[in-house]
Design a protein around this ligand. Structure first.
Ligand SMILES: *Cc1c(COP(=O)(O)O)cnc(C)c1O
Length: 481
């Protein structure tokens, strides 16, 4: 039975004069110190509640949301996996948390050491020559990477290179980045197998091409199997190969991008490396470069000289700074803990399990929900719903119905090249039992589609808020209590 009182809104529970603890001395203090014209003359119109009621109100609110710590969260392309809580504790240890960005290097050797060693670890797992930890997100990493490409071409007096080629299986931030960096975006269609169409690429490449941006694995969850050949084509045209490595969970310990011929790439620490993506930030999108492009990365980079860690500003060809100070250090610290915790074999195992789990879900659902590209996938599988074969049910209906079964919805309507896409990324940290329960829920939903389609159109029916008009909610948000 629902407790009716518990479900009342805070405004309904309000009683005149009810309040929490009052600190009279603080009140007096404020009256003495703040200018009279800044003091309130009337009491604000807020619900009047006891402290206990307030605690219950906010605790309840926090539980109304789906969360990674509460539910399976297969949000494709976000790598919503479990990360040890110990890293959260370590990353806010006092010496790190209280380090002042203007502190002399001698006073922050510990922080600099962690940054240096993280740079080294990222170099090791990618094979690249140098890394900057400055970028604050994946998209910011892309911009940093493409501006690094620009600085490289400028130094070669290659200023006539004005185009960046982006396949239609790239993440949406790729063309946006190229555009923001001042390049003309040249889109190319992918082949029937979901990978780059090499003929289309060849036709687009010219002495105007500055870079080709490849998302690897691409947004349909597939590995670019001809990436080595593609890299050769790109280099032959005098361009650089940029890899969007935001979804490195599929490759960590398994493959080094330097072996594919990648010149510049970014990683999302807030996906693979101990911070989930969906939390709304902060993030960290380190950018790595091969030796010939490394001098153009942002500065400073942390160096080690005679056992002392130092921020080197001696990079005359550097594009400069991309962020105030040095990056989101607390996220870097989590990434550092993550990479220090596991040996090479375990890292490989992470990627293999992530891939296995995605393929398990794909294979189990085959026949009911079709994979758009019927191939082994990497860390995520992209399912597609055909409303004509599904009694008029759309992907959004299925996603909403999943909420009723206690699962967060996968990423939907992305990637754009798959109609009615549903992108499931289970990650390596979910158990077989959880994957089975998820598959089971989708199978039940499939049966409902055959027998009681209204259930899907009405979903969700068990959540605190029913189906909302998402456009109006975004355009005219009602933010009042
Ligand atoms: C998540 C993601 C990004 C963007 O990362 P943000 O930190 O959200 O800016 C870029 N590319 C790919 C492939 C991604 O999955």
């Amino acid at each position: 039975m629902e407790n009716i009182l518990q479900n009342k809104l805070s405004i309904e529970k309000s009683r005149a004069g009810r309040r929490g603890v009052r600190f009279e001395s603080v009140q007096k203090h404020a009256e003495g110190y703040l200018p009279k014209n800044l003091l309130r003359t009337s009491v604000p119109h807020l619900p009047e509640l006891s402290e206990f009621d307030t605690v219950r109100h906010f605790t309840r609110l926090s539980q109304l949301n789906y969360s990674l710590d509460g539910q399976f969260y297969p949000l494709g392309s976000c790598t919503m996996k479990y990360n040890p809580k110990a890293y959260d504790t370590l990353s806010v240890l006092e010496p790190f948390a209280s380090a002042h960005p203007f502190a002399p290097e001698s006073a922050v050797q510990g922080t600099l050491q962690v940054m240096y060693e993280l740079q080294e670890l990222l170099k090791e797992i990618t094979g690249l020559a140098a890394f900057t930890l400055q970028p604050a997100a994946g998209a910011h990493g892309e911009l940093t990477g493409i501006l690094t490409v620009r600085a490289y071409h400028d130094a070669q007096k290659n200023g006539s290179r004005t185009e960046v080629i982006v396949p239609d299986t790239a993440h949406g931030t790729n063309p946006a980045t190229a555009n923001m960096a001042g390049y003309t975006v040249v889109n190319i269609k992918s082949a029937a197998d979901g990978c780059v169409d090499k003929e289309a690429l060849q036709a687009a490449l010219s002495d105007k091409t500055a870079a080709v941006m490849l998302t690897v694995p691409n947004t349909v969850g597939l590995f670019e199997k001809d990436i080595r050949e593609i890299a050769d084509m790109v280099h032959k045209a005098g361009a650089l190969l940029y890899m969007d490595g935001a979804n490195f969970n599929a490759l960590i310990g398994l493959a080094k991008p330097v072996d594919f011929g990648v010149d510049v790439m970014h990683l999302n620490l807030h996906k693979t490396f101990a911070a989930p993506h969906g939390g709304g930030g902060p993030g960290s999108g380190p950018v790595g470069a091969a030796a010939h492009v490394a001098p153009f990365l942002p500065k400073p980079i942390v160096e080690k000289k005679d056992g002392v860690y130092t921020l080197t500003g001696e990079m005359p060809q550097s594009l400069g700074k991309m962020k105030a100070f040095y990056g989101n250090i607390a996220i870097c610290l989590r990434g550092y803990c993550y990479l220090r915790q596991f040996d090479a074999n375990t890292l490989k195992n992470i990627a293999e399990k992530a891939i296995l789990n995605a393929n398990y879900v794909r294979a189990k659902l085959k026949g009911k929900f079709n994979a758009f590209f019927d191939e082994n996938c990497m860390h995520e599988c992209v399912l597609s719903i055909n409303p004509k074969e599904m009694n008029g049910v759309h992907t959004a209906d299925v996603a909403k119905r999943l909420l009723d079964y206690g699962f967060y919805a996968p990423t939907i309507y992305f990637p754009l090249i798959v109609p009615e896409a549903m992108m499931v990324e289970p990650t390596e940290t979910e158990s077989k039992e959880m994957l089975d329960a998820f598959v089971d829920a989708l199978e039940k939903i499939y049966d409902e589609i055959q027998t009681n389609v209204q259930l899907l159109h009405d979903a969700p029916t068990t959540q605190p808020v029913a189906r909302i008009d998402e456009v109006s909610a975004a355009r005219n948000p009602n933010l009042r209590w």
